[in-house]
Design a protein around this ligand. Sequence first.
Ligand code: FAS
Ligand code: PHB
Length: 391
Amino acid sequence: MRTQVAIIGAGPSGLLLGQLLHKAGIANVIVERQSPDYVLGRIRAGVLEQIAVDLMDECGVGARMHREGLVHEGIELLFKGKRHRIDFPGLTGGKTVMVYGQTEVTHDLMDARKAEGLPTVYEVGDTVTLHGFDGTSPKVRYRKDGVEHEIECDFIAGCDGYHGVSRASVPKGAITEYEKVYPFGWLGLLADVPPVFHELIYANTERGFALCSMRSKTRSRYYVQVPLTDKVEDWSDDAFYDELGRRLDPEARERLVRGPSLEKSIAPLRSFVAEPMRFGRLFLAGDAAHIVPPTGAKGLNLAASDVKYLSSAFVEHYKEKSNAGIDHYSARALARVWKAERFSWWFTQLMHRFPDSGEIGQKLQEAELDYLVQSKAASTALAENYVGLPL
Ligand code: FAS
Ligand code: PHB
C-alpha cells in the first residue's frame, strides 16, 4: 500500500489528524491496535477547550457536539467546606469550555472517517513496526489476520498514546524523557444519574481530592483520589458514593444521586514529556509525546493543538512546497505542551493530599486557595489556563 501520511493509532489524535489531512486532500491510512468498540469503551476526557471545539468544526464533525455538548462558563473550587466559583467569561473576556466526552468526540470522528470510506485498519494488535523514518522513504509494517502488510509513505504520525510503538521506535540517544509520577491515583465512576451541580466541582479536602463532572444532564462522571495501592475491586459503588459524599459540601452531598456504575476504573497520574517530537519523517502527537495529570483537563486538548500544528505543517509541505512548518513543529508544539504541563502540575499539587506533606501541607494549600479566590489576578491565571492558552 502507498500513502502520503501513515498514522499509528485511532484515538482522538489519529482520527483528528486523519480528518484534517483528508479535508486538505492529503492521503492517509490509520493503523490501530484495538477494535473500534474497545477504543470507544475507554472512558477518558470530558472537557474541550475552544481550540478543540474549533478543530471538530474544521473537521466537519461538530454538529452533534454543538447539539448535545454543554457550554460551561465556570467551575467551583471547594475547600474548607465552602464552594467558590471561577467565572471564565468574566475573567477571560468571554471564553468558555465545552463539556463533551472523549468517547463522543471519537465516535463522531470514526463515523465521519467511515462515511468518507477512508482506510482504517483496526485490530492489528502489537504487530506494527516502523522503518526508515530517518531517511526519505519511511515504511510501516503490520500483520492482520496472519497476513503481513507494508505501507510506503512520505511521513509517519505516531498518534499511538503513551504505551505506543512510535516513541519506542526512536533510538534511545535521540530522545529525552521527562517524567514525574504522583503518589496517588484517580478512581473514576460513570453513572446515569443527574450531576450534583450544573458545573464541575473540584474539591480539596483533608480526605483527598474529589471531582464532580458530567457527560450530560443525566450522566455523571465522578472521581476521588485514592492511594496507588487501591484496586478498583476494593471499591463497591456504595463505598465510592459514601467517600465522594464525605468530600462534598452539605448542599452537594444532599443532591448526590446514586446509581449503578457503567464504568469504574483507577487511573495513575503522571507528568511526562518526550523531546523532541520529531525524528526525521516520524512525528509524535498527543499522548505518544506527553501525558498530563487529568486535574487540568488538558490531555485531549493538547492532542488537539499538536494535531492542529502537525496538519498545518503537512499542508504547507504538500501545497506550498515549504518545510518550515515541519521543521518548526516540535518546538512549536512543545512550547504549548510545557505550559499545559506546568498548569496541570500546579493544579494537581494544589488540590490533592500528598502523603509526605503533613498537616502543614493542607494548611498551605488552603492558604493558596483562600488567596486565589480573593485575588482577581490569581483567579484570572487559573481561568485563562483552564479555558486554554492561545495556539
Ligand atoms: P490515545 O491513547 O487516546 O490513543 C492512542 C491509540 O493508539 C489507542 O487507540 C491505542 O489503542 C492505539 N495504539 C497504541 N499502541 C499501538 C500500536 N502499537 N499500534 C497501533 N495502535 C496503537 N484527558 C483529559 O483531558 N481528561 C481526563 O479526564 C482524562 N482521563 C484519562 C484517563 C485515562 C485512564 C487515560 C489513560 C487518559 C486520560 N486522559 C484524560 C487523557 C486522554 O484523554 C488522552 O489525552 C487522549 O486519549 C489522547 O489521545 P491520543 O493521543 O489519541 O492517545
Ligand atoms: C471528566 O469529565 O472526565 C473530567 C473533567 C475535568 C477534569 C478531568 C476529567 O479535569
